[in-house]
Design a protein around this ligand. Structure first.
Ligand code: PHE
Length: 498
């Protein structure tokens, strides 16, 4: 058994005197002894037991009794056999309150008898007058001894203590915890050799090495099974890990990551995506508009085409929305409400196929915060543009993504977005229910034509927070961002991959 010198010392004391308190070990301070005892406990050699002792000390009222006597004894001294209650009250010189307390105790202790109005002292009363009251004895002992346990009193004194406890403030009761180190049976199996202290070093210092002294010392062995305090170092936030997972999956599937910007014009965020200018999602209560920011210069060629597409479909074969498109409305600045703006910008920049891009970025909406909504949240956005891209490919791609995330049960339902046809809603089955996780579809010609894309564009925008909540077992979306430090510390460092 590998033991430190302090542990050996504790064990020797236990062998010699039996259970001890940590401050009863010679040569060790109480914390040193406790520390050694904790290690010994881990090794199954001792147990550490808390004993609760009830101790009594004298209270303010008790001090008063010691000085002035107990009210019933003071009163008893004024009793003459045969006197009336009135005479006693007037003759004792006590204030009415002490008088009634004293009288109460005299009756209770049967020190007096009252017979048709006249008072006489009983035998017990006479006895008490001669021998003094045990309560005062107890109070005196408490005062002198500081604190005392019942074990130090005689039976009569214990009774007196109980009587005193019925008087408020006479004695104070406290509980004192005392710790005992108690040997287990395993200790008897240890020999003298195990218990004797050794000259050993626990650390090899540069001095020991240089002087060659290391050859002569015995070095304490490492105990790699020893308990040690838990260290919590820094780590990635669980949300960051989910984002990394999503990123890795798209990269592995051959996609390239793109980035966008928080501040956008309504033109790029909405008009280019064929969202009509009177669409409800554009309303102030849904979209966060920004005042005082100039709209950057808009591509006038594209603007012309967008105006045409919105009013009569331009040359896309569509009839458009049938209204007069307003440049002013398009120039309003806002915090992007979806990252579909990232992919449409990317298409306009370079509409040459094939395109396989994705982004994982935040968007902003005017949402009240609750357990399922945040005003800023992530979207997993992406597009595929290539010759012959089809709905089947889109569905396959989404299923593949979720399957790699660990969700095999995915369902696609019809949905509606102004910029896709067909439009899809993506749901995954988790914990016995279907959860809506995002939207997808194939960009309409009204979207692809003006930006110059000549092939079908498969597009999707998926929620990330919901996915993260499922992954990390959270019920409230706010917990992702207002994290409990204990939860963060204990969160697994590696996500369960598939
Ligand atoms: N932009 C949509 C949203 O924010 C999602 C979406 C993206 C739908 C791409 C279809 C195509 O919910």
């Amino acid at each position: 058994m590998d033991l430190s010198n302090a542990e050996r010392r504790v064990l020797r004391t236990l062998r010699d005197v039996g259970p001890v308190s940590p401050d009863g070990i010679e040569g060790l301070t109480s914390p040193e002894a406790m520390n050694a005892a904790s290690w010994l406990k881990e090794k199954g050699l001792v147990s550490i037991e808390d004993e609760v002792d009830v101790v009594y000390s004298i209270g303010d009222e008790g001090l008063k009794f010691l000085e002035e006597g107990l009210p019933e004894m003071v009163l008893l001294a004024s009793v003459h056999d045969g006197m009336s209650m009135g005479e006693l009250k007037d003759g004792c010189g006590m204030d009415p309150k002490d008088f009634s307390i004293g009288l109460g105790w005299l009756k209770r202790k049967a020190f007096i008898a009252i017979d048709s109005g006249s008072v006489t002292i009983t035998d017990e009363g006479r006895n008490a007058l001669d021998s003094g009251s045990p309560e005062l004895e107890v109070l005196y002992a408490l005062k002198e001894g500081g604190m005392t346990t019942k074990g130090e009193f005689t039976e009569t004194q214990v009774d007196a203590l109980e009587l005193l406890r019925k008087r408020g403030g006479a004695v104070v009761r406290d509980e004192v915890v005392s710790r005992m180190i108690v040997p287990t049976d395993a200790v008897s199996g240890l020999g003298e050799d195990d218990l004797s202290e050794r000259d050993e070093v626990s650390q090899l210092t540069p001095e020991l090495i240089q002087s060659g002294g290391w050859k002569d010392v015995s070095v304490r062995r490492y105990d790699i099974d020893a308990m040690s305090p838990a260290l919590s170092g820094g780590g990635e936030h669980p949300m960051t890990r989910t984002i990394e997972r999503v990123r890795r999956i798209f990269l592995e599937m051959g996609f390239t990551e793109i980035e966008g910007q928080f501040v956008e014009s309504a033109f790029w965020n909405m008009d280019v995506l064929f969202i009509p200018q009177d669409h409800p999602a554009r309303e102030l209560q849904d979209t966060l508009y920004i005042d005082g920011v100039e709209c950057p210069e808009l591509d006038s060629d594209l603007m012309e085409r967008i105006a045409a597409v919105h009013s009569d479909g331009g040359d896309t074969g569509s009839r458009g929305w049938g209204y007069d498109w307003s440049e002013d409305v398009g120039r309003r600045m806002l915090l992007r409400t979806h990252t579909t703006v990232n992919t449409i910008r990317r298409l306009r920049e370079d509409p040459e196929p094939p395109v396989r891009v994705f982004s994982i970025e935040t968007v902003f909406r005017r949402e009240a915060i609750d357990s399922t909504h945040l005003p800023e949240f992530y979207q997993i956005e992406g597009i595929v543009m290539e010759e012959g891209a089809s709905l089947g490919m889109l569905v396959g791609l989404l299923k593949e993504f979720y399957s790699r995330m660990g969700f095999d049960n995915v369902r696609i339902r019809p949905g509606y977005f102004p910029y896709t046809e067909p439009s899809l809603e993506v749901e995954v089955f988790y914990n016995g229910q279907w959860m809506e996780l995002g939207g997808a579809g194939i960009f309409r010609p009204e979207v692809t034509e003006p930006v110059g894309a000549r092939h079908p564009v498969l597009a999707w925008g998926l929620g990330l927070e919901r996915l993260a909540m499922l992954e990390h077992g959270l019920k409230d979306i706010r917990d992702l961002y207002m994290s409990d430090i204990e939860w963060l510390r204990n969160a697994p460092r590696v996500s369960p991959g598939k």
